[in-house]
Design a protein around this ligand. Structure first.
Ligand SMILES: [Zn+2]
Ligand SMILES: [Zn+2]
Length: 70
């Protein structure tokens, strides 16, 4: 995934909506979804929910976070 510095924090992994810095977003509690090349971000719980069937997690939760620079 190419990170454009003008693109804010990132894009929702499901609907591709832009996530701005300082905005609330959701990520997946499963470690594999937060490490590696592709970090999954979700703009709403509904988008995280849509991720579940594709990821086939046994136990997962949506983790609320605020977009900020690391
Ligand atoms: Zn979304
Ligand atoms: Zn996940």
């Amino acid at each position: 995934m190419i990170q454009d510095p003008q693109a804010g924090f990132g894009k929702c992994s499901m609907c591709r909506r832009k996530i701005e810095l300082g905005q609330k977003y959701f990520r997946c509690s499963v470690t594999a979804c937060n490490t590696g090349r592709v970090k999954l971000l979700f703009c709403t719980v509904a988008c995280w929910d849509a991720h579940l069937p594709t990821a086939r997690h046994r136990n997962a939760a949506a983790v609320e976070d605020v977009a900020k620079r690391e």
